[in-house]
Design a binder for this molecule. Structure first.
Ligand code: AMP
Length: 424
């Protein structure tokens, strides 16, 4: 079959690497892809939100399955677009329709969903411009720190953790009255702050049954020792030692099953991934957020621990027989170190030539923000490469990924050398 992956980051590179190995895959296309995805398939320069362009490509190349990487096309309704189109409606899309994508597209929607289905999550209230005064009063009674979340998608920037009441009131006013995050902050969820260690849990579902993919921990801060500004993600590790069988049983019983059953009870069709961002507080899982797609840079580590045919699982999602499929998960450890551009996550350097990838010994170099410039591979994004290795034990994996990252060079390159070392 011919398969199309939508997206251009490290996550899509890892998908493309895995899909290309499948016995089901004849031709693979990635739109728009990056300089690295050409190793696995054909890049087509179409934006992930250009639905008409995607339609033309799907018809021209006789695509049989579409795998959606990022959230934006899902929240904007790419799956609904396919279902509403006579020529596309029988071509399966892995990724939920707009309604299901609201689990990520609206924080208020996801909090109400969790409340309705008794899924453990932080206490919250939602405010709008009209109820700003109530919000300011509420903040005065809420404990500190307090978390403010823009309701809509805000490119990963819409969550603020406020340490003082004054800061919280100023920020709530900026979000609601001054549209700090535009339309995304026309509604704001004010939420209790949870303490603990975060964990990313990934579920694949056809809307009825589900498979739990390998869990991962990601590292969001730019600086070593988890310091400095938040980023899209600086590295990941899988498995996560504290997420043992007993812990994952709690997650399955308290979070995963109620989520899948909740979607069914609410009549929300869902074929795709659910990324559950958890806080592990003293051994108890609390849901921080849902995402309607896989995480990046977790996918890079997760794909390397799936030993079964990934397209077979995607077909299970598409055809509604996921319960008949088998997922084989490697007991080994996967580690990913993300290499970023100088200056990232602020204003960052671009168009720097990347050298040394041929010196990498025992990792896969998944490309993210890269392009071709003649024969050179150059940096074009903030997160440039994801270096992923699989080893028998965690220490070797962490060492190998870090050593391999240091074999690559471009002007201004930076990566964290402490990914995963807190878990040893
Ligand atoms: P979200 O977009 O909801 O995942 O929030 C982004 C990040 O903010 C999370 O990955 C957490 O690190 C942090 N965060 C969000 N909500 C909370 C909370 N209730 N308590 C503590 N940290 C939080």
């Amino acid at each position: 079959m011919n398969i199309l992956i939508l997206g251009s980051g490290g996550r899509e590179s890892a998908f493309a690497w895995k899909v290309a190995q499948s016995a089901h895959c004849d031709k693979l296309f990635i739109a728009p892809g990056n300089a690295g995805t050409t190793q696995y398939g054909t890049n087509v320069n179409i934006k992930v939100t250009d639905f008409e362009g995607i339609k033309a490509l799907v018809l021209k190349e006789d695509i049989n399955l579409v795998l959606v990487g990022p959230e934006e096309p899902l929240v904007k309704g790419v799956h609904d677009f396919f279902l509403a189109d006579e020529q596309l409606k029988n071509i399966p899309v892995v990724g939920p329709q707009q309604e299901g994508a609201q689990l990520e597209g609206s924080k208020d929607f996801s909090k109400q969903f969790m409340e309705r289905h008794n899924i453990p999550t932080a206490a919250y209230r939602t405010f709008t411009k009209d109820t700003l005064q109530d919000g300011l009063t509420y903040l005065a009674t809420a404990g500190l720190p307090v978390v403010l979340k823009a309701d809509g998608l805000a490119a990963g920037k819409g969550v603020l953790i406020c340490l003082t009441l004054e800061e919280a009131q100023t920020e709530l006013t900026a979000m609601l009255a001054d549209a700090k995050f535009g339309e995304a902050s026309s509604r704001v969820v004010v939420e209790q702050f949870l303490t603990g260690i975060e964990l990313s849990v990934f579920v694949m579902t056809d809307g009825n049954s589900y498979k739990i993919l390998p869990e991962a921990k990601d590292y969001k801060r730019i600086g070593e020792g988890d310091t400095g500004l938040n980023t899209g993600g600086m590295g990941s590790i899988s498995p996560v030692p504290f997420a043992d069988a007993a812990y994952m049983k709690k997650v399955e019983e308290r979070v995963i099953i109620p989520t899948i059953e909740g979607l069914k009870k609410d009549g929300i069709p869902y074929k795709g991934f659910i990324f559950i961002g958890l806080m592990n507080s003293n051994g108890e899982p609390w849901v921080i957020e849902y995402n309607c797609r896989m995480g990046d840079p977790e996918t890079e580590s997760v794909m390397r621990r799936i030993d079964s045919d990934f397209v077979d699982l995607l077909l299970g999602v598409a055809e509604g027989n996921l319960n008949e499929k088998e997922i084989i998960i490697s007991p080994k450890t996967a580690a990913t170190v993300v290499m970023v551009a100088g200056g990232y996550p602020g204003e960052y350097l671009k168009n720097k030539v990347i050298t040394g990838t041929e010196n990498v010994r025992d990792s896969i170099v998944f490309h993210a923000g890269t392009s071709m410039d003649g024969n050179d591979v150059i940096t074009t994004g903030g997160r440039v490469l994801a270096i992923t290795t699989v080893q028998d034990d965690m220490f070797s994996a962490l060492q190998q990924a870090t050593a391999d990252a240091s074999r690559i060079y471009y002007d201004g390159m930076y990566f964290r050398k402490d990914i995963g070392f807190d878990l040893l």
